[in-house]
Design a protein around this ligand. Structure first.
Ligand SMILES: *[C@@H]1O[C@H](CO)[C@@H](O)[C@H](O)[C@H]1NC(C)=O
Ligand SMILES: *[C@@H]1O[C@H](CO)[C@@H](O)[C@H](O)[C@H]1NC(C)=O
Length: 391
């Protein structure tokens, strides 16, 4: 090892190697392996103790989180572009600005735990293991998309990931059901059931809270509060904007949703609470979306351009992590630039594929609806509609 480094060092100093890769390697000699970071104390409801107010961030974790957030950011920007070019049709809800939520939540649970969320789901698809290529290809409705090109933005699924639900709030009782399955099977897994501040006023949430608390289901209810429902600020739509208290008999946490470490630590805390048999817990992640609610919403009729600009320049989740990494010698500008270039390339290649891949054939229109081949045909439908299933 020492010999190898000596070779690298001599090459750099002799001017032979000018590649950023080698510069990065040389610089890495000075990087810290980990650092202890302070995080904001969570507001607590019906809890004596909350998540810690400091945590250790390793260099490897930091690099992974940074890359993952950048991939999601770029993927959403690319989706915006592909939508405007009419490669993507129909509904499309982007999550740029909220990257610390999905990446932080994933960092606080196990891959075998469960996640179900609303239609603002692209980030979760990626953190749950779907590739950028399979997500963008789904968005353009092509055969090799992760839902075979038939689901689109609102209907994508992955391992231990149950969508992307198209009905406002409907994923929350489904999440309680997934948590019930975990408890019934004794698997020790938890379910994260997410919704936005707009859906927080849905009646079905109250029903899900009730049964989850009664049956002590291992469910973490998570409100991603980005301050605006479809076209309305939370103050105009919610009698109480303290979403973390809205479970009433369920304990709650209010978390800085722009800081990935705050989200990670709160999630670990909430998951432990569930795993120890104490029943459900509620988390409110205070976050912000840069795009409008959907592609038909320019996003500035109910908030000012200045507000969006201000959030971007002062509270951006990627910027916060980046500053933390650089200030603490976990990385440097050059190394992060390399990651950015790499991410850009990955997303460009995925988009290239997504816009040129074939669409699913018409004969398969009604396939993949049922788990097994159903013993019936539907009268009055075109003769080419055969309900058949293929995995
Ligand atoms: C609360 O849950 C219990 C147990 O499932 C159920 O009997 C009751 O009807 C529920 N209440 C509401 C309002 O859903
Ligand atoms: C970062 O590294 C530089 C150069 O090696 C050193 O001067 C500085 O004290 C380090 N800072 C921290 C926070 O470790």
């Amino acid at each position: 090892m020492r010999k190898m480094l000596a070779v690298v060092v001599s090459h750099v100093f002799s001017g032979v190697a000018q590649k950023p890769g080698l510069r990065g390697l040389l610089a890495s000699l000075n990087f810290s392996n980990d650092v202890t970071c302070d995080i904001k104390k969570c507001d607590l409801y019906r809890l004596e103790e909350g998540p810690p107010t400091s945590t250790v961030l390793t260099r490897a974790e930091a690099l992974k989180y940074y890359r993952t957030m950048q991939v999601i950011r770029r993927m959403e920007m690319k989706s915006d572009q592909l939508y405007k070019q009419k490669f993507i049709r129909g509904f499309c809800h982007l999550c740029d600005g909220q990257e610390a939520c999905c990446v932080g939540l994933e960092a606080g649970i196990n891959p075998t735990d469960h996640i179900i969320t609303s239609y603002r789901a692209h980030g979760f698809c990626y953190t749950r293991g779907l590739s950028v290529k399979s997500i963008l290809t789904e968005l353009t409705g092509r055969q090799e998309g992760c839902a075979k090109g038939k689901g689109g933005s609102m209907h994508m699924y992955g391992k231990h990931f149950y969508g992307g639900n198209g009905i406002v709030g409907a994923q929350v009782p489904l999440g309680a059901g997934i948590a019930f399955a975990s408890k019934y099977l004794g698997s020790g897994e938890v379910c994260l059931a997410l919704y936005g501040d707009g859906a927080a006023n849905q009646g079905q949430l109250a029903e899900a809270y009730n049964i989850s608390a009664l049956w002590k289901l291992p469910c973490v209810f998570i409100c991603e509060n980005n301050r605006y429902g479809m076209g309305t600020s939370i103050e105009r739509s919610s009698a109480s904007t303290e979403y973390y208290k809205r479970g009433f008999f369920i304990p709650g946490l209010r978390v800085n949703g722009m800081d990935i470490l705050s989200v990670r630590e709160a999630t670990k805390f909430a998951a432990d609470h569930c795993r120890s048999g104490k029943g459900p817990i509620l988390m409110e992640l205070q976050t912000y979306r840069y795009h409008g609610h959907s592609m038909s919403d320019p996003g500035i009729s109910y908030r000012t351009r200045e507000e969006v600009r201000d959030m971007r320049s002062k509270s951006d989740p990627i910027m916060l992590l980046r500053e933390r990494m650089i200030n603490n010698n976990l990385s440097n500008v050059e190394e992060l630039k390399e990651i950015d270039a790499d991410v850009k390339k990955e997303v460009e290649e995925a988009a290239q594929f997504a816009t040129t891949a074939p669409e699913p054939p018409l004969e398969e229109l009604a396939h993949h609806i049922y788990y097994q081949n159903p013993p019936f045909e539907v009268r009055g439908t075109n003769k080419w509609i055969k309900y058949m299933s293929f995995s």
